[in-house]
Design a protein around this ligand. Structure first.
Ligand code: HEM
Length: 551
């Protein structure tokens, strides 16, 4: 025994001596403790993690790629951009504007575009990435909503994502104004009008932002907001959301072998990380390719900002179009005089409607929980059809924003289709009210239809088209039973059924409990459940990825 022990110790000593320098450095580093965790424990945790493979997970990487491009290009642009509204005479390489009086902000942006090698690609990459970023966050919000990924324990993540969208919109809006061209000047004029339309505090707000009569010192005031405050908020929100995602682990769609306690998917290190890295590079590469080939924000064609002028067909960047549309849809003459003041409803009504919409979206996870009484954790996602009321509301919300967005381009629609702008506005006003109601009703019905179809499949399996004649003379179609993977995918998960929630507690007032009961029975109403058919022995099922415990 003693000999064996001595030999083992000797082997260990030899192994230690033969270890490479990098191994020894890695071992030392692994023993370091960061935030109370040893690095090698964290690394082991990383290697143990699994990530479900589903297309809805791709948009986080697209968001990250556009955030990185916008930050890196923004930091480089800072070296060339002059945030000043002071006048100068343009004397750069763009001949048509020679001798024009422009702001230093405009002159420096022209300088980046025409006189700095690669400058135009840099500016366009910043702009294209700024266009992609809110789109990627919006798709993330939509997929989170329609799959119920916002439920406990991820309610805070939903709010963080919505705040990140708002920070991205604010970043984009403030950056859009910086070149001080005719288009951004028009946008700023609208913002000034909105601020002045707010009773009591409007004039004060406008004077703080513009620092004097229009355009005042808007460029100087927006610059710190654009390069520090809004992107800073965006980065902090993205970091907080990443930490929360790490703590809760990824949710997954129901499927064979998938339970709330495990995660079925590929290893985070190296598979998922390599795939995400690949997608990151593809998105970054495509952004650079588009920036090198497709013009965006051609400020040399718009010309410098001029408070007395606005270009025909002025359009904001896509992500602020819905705000512009909300203003355009207000019927003419909407203002009242009250308490000795004029209340400009043409401004207040759109602000209230858009504000209420965002507040509803932020509060939705809490409202749904209040209605359903479902306070449990959910690591399994819903298929949209399994939550018809939620899916209906989501589609109604998209139609609502879509109509506002279309209204932002009402003049373009009128010119493109040669119809009067009044007719376009009237049609969009009707669509703003009727569209969401119609969308909600149709979507909810479609969800029930799809549930019925799934229930049929679960009960009878697939139709094979093979008709056999029975001994009694009748005809019968052979059905192929679903395999276990399909069964697990189609069956309604427990989380989607709220009918069995505990009764409302007695602490709430009678009206509140009546309201909740009514809403709950409507929310749950019509859900179609089906018992899966029995399997024949000997059915073969496809292999699935090995499940790994969530904790
Ligand atoms: C650290 C972060 C950022 C820095 C340092 C930065 C810096 C700048 C600078 C210096 C400009 C003026 C130069 C120019 O217009 O060519 C600019 C413009 C702009 N920025 Fe940013 N930015 C940052 C983040 C963002 C973000 C997060 C967005 C949007 C989501 C954004 C959207 C824009 C837009 C749309 C423009 C106008 C681009 C154009 O000229 O067409 N920026 N930014």
């Amino acid at each position: 025994m003693r000999r064996i022990a001595i030999e083992t110790e000797r082997d260990a000593d030899q192994e230690r001596q033969h270890r490479s320098a990098t191994d020894r450095v890695a071992e030392r580093l692994g023993r370091i403790t960061v935030f109370g965790h040893r690095i090698d424990d964290s690394w082991a945790d990383l290697r143990r993690r699994r990530v479900p493979t589903h297309w809805t997970n791709l948009f986080g990487t697209v968001t990250l790629a556009s955030l990185v491009v916008v930050t890196v290009t923004g930091l480089v642009l800072m070296f060339f951009y002059t945030p000043s509204s002071a006048d100068t005479i343009y004397a750069g390489s763009y001949a048509p504007l020679h001798g024009a009086t422009v702001s230093q902000a405009f002159a420096s942006t022209m300088h980046v575009t025409f006189d700095v090698p690669g400058g135009v690609v840099l500016r366009q990459a910043h702009h294209w990435a700024a266009l992609l970023l809110p789109a990627a966050i919006t798709v993330q919000l939509a997929t989170t909503f329609f799959t119920g990924a916002f439920r406990r324990p991820r309610r805070a993540m939903w709010v963080l994502l919505l705040l990140a969208l708002i920070a991205a919109l604010a970043s984009g809006w403030s950056g859009y104004a910086l070149p001080d061209d005719m288009l951004s000047g028009t946008g700023l004029r609208i913002v000034e009008g909105i601020l002045l339309g707010i009773p009591v505090i409007g004039t004060w707000l406008a004077s703080i932002l513009f620092g004097g009569p229009f355009p005042g010192r808007i460029i100087e005031n927006l610059y710190p907001l654009h390069i520090v405050v809004f992107p800073g908020a965006l980065l902090v929100l993205a970091a907080l959301r990443t930490i929360a995602a790490w703590r809760h682990g990824p949710p997954q769609f129901p499927g064979r072998g998938r339970t709330p306690e495990n995660v079925v998917g590929v290893a985070l290190i190296p598979t998922a990380a390599t795939r995400a890295g690949g997608l990151f590079l593809v998105v970054t590469g495509l952004l650079l390719l588009v920036s090198a080939t497709v013009t965006v924000s051609p400020i040399w064609l718009y010309g410098p900002a001029d408070p007395g002028n606005a270009g025909a067909g002025s359009q904001p960047d896509w992500y602020t179009g819905f705000l512009d549309g909300a203003l355009r849809l207000v019927p003419p003459g909407w203002e009242v005089v009250w308490l000795g003041r004029t209340w400009t409803l043409a401004i207040l009504a759109p602000l209230a409607v858009v504000g209420a919409f965002f507040a509803f979206v932020a509060a939705y996870p809490f409202l749904e929980e209040w209605v359903t009484g479902d306070r449990g954790d959910h690591h399994l996602l819903d298929r949209p059809r399994h939550a018809p009321t939620r899916t209906g509301l989501g589609v109604a919300g998209l139609v609502f924003v879509g109509v506002l967005w279309a209204a932002g381009g009402a003049d373009i629609i009128a010119t493109a289709f040669s119809v009067s702008i009044e007719h376009v506005i009237t049609a969009l006003q009707v669509a703003l009210v009727a569209g969401p109601i119609l969308a909600y009703t149709v979507t909810r019905r479609m969800c029930f239809g799809l549930q019925r179809r799934d229930a049929g499949l679960l009960r009878h399996g697939y139709e094979t088209g093979r008709i056999v004649r029975l001994p009694g003379g009748g005809y019968h179609e052979i059905h192929r039973p679903l395999d276990e993977t399909e069964l697990a995918r189609l069956a309604m998960p427990g989380g989607a059924r709220h009918a069995d929630r505990p009764p409302l507690d007695g602490a709430v007032g009678p009206w509140e409990s009546r309201l909740r009961r009514g809403l709950r029975s409507y929310y749950n109403g019509g859900v179609i459940e089906a018992e899966p058919a029995e399997h024949e022995p000997g059915d073969s099922f496809p292999a699935v990825d090995a499940p790994v415990s969530r904790r």
